[in-house]
Design a protein around this ligand. Structure first.
Ligand code: TRP
Length: 346
């Protein structure tokens, strides 16, 4: 006799993602996250959060944090997220995140968190001196997603393991509390041409705001001159660009692969299409063309960001509206969670 099939999660599909308000947004954030956020908003209900509770897991300046939240929110909107369609808000404005994180702390196992490579990378030899919050970071991330019962999470490759943990927590909660399919098992959305934008100096390292060299990245706020200069100095080799049908086209040329990938993502084309146009030509011609399209795409975003940031009241009103809409979705979920767990109702 076979068991009856477990019914699948039957709720609506919903997208959730978040970015930390750590300042210094760059091309990797734009192509890896923001472009995807914009693309998803027409087909899905989308919730885009600025995760300030995550930001306080490491040292931060309380005087700067609110403004850094505004900057990330402004970047979302400047890149094309429409705050009337998608929900744009700041994490700490909605109580469900911290509350559900606590409940999930009692669902997740120490061993699961001890396996998280991002904590190990960030803490290095200093794990004993890190905040408990940094260790617990992925549990809060699971709460972010599941407080809205989100089903899809656009993130970079480096967040795959955190998404696995979110699924483990959801499954364990559903199972331990005998609430089948209460939480969906959220899936990462990773693919896309801008999935991995690497450093301009070293094609094997991610473009990152924590790289000590500013030449390694293109910031959203760099002007055309700075962008051209950084690309001119970007690491390449003296060979011409390869042909798209060359099976070894990027062998031992991670920097070349990265620049072609950046060009493709900015032009909304495939790397092969870019190579079709550029095969046999040199970087002396390729780099200025790349600089041109990069500033063409980024400068209107930088302009729109400063316009939004010049009126903090208007921006804060958008974020307050987002928080109210986010709360309206998460509070009914939390009412069910409190009941399921046996906590006091409110
Ligand atoms: N950890 C994510 C990052 O560094 C940011 C984040 C926090 C997030 N909460 C989230 C991403 C929820 C997706 C969903 O990129």
């Amino acid at each position: 006799m076979s068991a009856a099939p477990t019914p699948a999660y039957a709720g609506p599909s919903r997208v959730f993602s978040g970015m930390q308000p750590t300042g210094g947004l760059h091309l990797g954030n734009y192509l890896g996250a923001l472009v995807k956020f914009v693309r998803l908003q027409d087909q899905h209900e989308c919730i885009y959060c600025v995760v300030d509770l995550h930001a306080i897991t490491i040292e931060h300046d309380p005087k700067l944090l609110q403004q850094q939240c505004r900057e990330v929110a402004a970047a979302y909107i400047a890149a094309g997220v429409d705050p009337k369609k998608a929900i744009v808000f700041v994490q700490s404005a909605v109580p469900a995140h911290a509350e559900l994180a606590w409940i999930f702390n009692c669902v997740a196992r120490m061993g699961w968190l001890e396996r998280m490579t991002q904590f190990k990378d960030k803490a290095g030899k200093n794990a004993e001196r890190m905040s408990v919050g940094l260790f617990d970071y992925p549990v809060l991330q699971a709460a972010d997603i599941l407080a809205y019962r989100a089903t899809h999470v656009p993130v970079g490759e480096d967040q795959k393991q955190h998404l696995e943990l979110s699924r483990d927590i959801a499954a364990r909660f559903n199972n331990d509390y005998n609430a089948p399919n209460f939480f969906p098992l959220p899936e990462p959305l990773i693919q896309g041409p801008g999935a991995r934008i690497m450093s301009l100096r070293d094609g094997t390292k991610k473009m990152s705001k924590s790289d000590p060299s500013d030449m390694s990245r293109i910031n959203l706020t760099d002007d055309a001159q700075t962008i051209a200069n950084k690309l001119k100095k970007a690491t390449t080799d003296s060979l011409p660009l390869p042909a798209p049908d060359d099976p070894k086209r990027f062998e031992n040329r991670p920097e070349v692969e990265n620049l072609v990938g950046i060009f493709a993502a900015l032009a909304a084309k495939s790397s092969d299409e870019i190579l079709q146009e550029w095969q046999g030509k040199g970087f002396g011609a390729f780099k200025p063309a790349l600089a041109e399209i990069a500033s063409q795409k980024l400068s209107p975003i930088a302009d729109e960001m400063s316009r939004l940031l010049s009126d903090a009241n208007a921006l804060d009103a958008i974020l307050a509206d987002g928080a109210a809409r986010a709360h309206a979705i998460s509070e009914p979920v939390m009412k069910d969670v409190r009941r399921i767990v046996g906590l006091w109702p409110r």
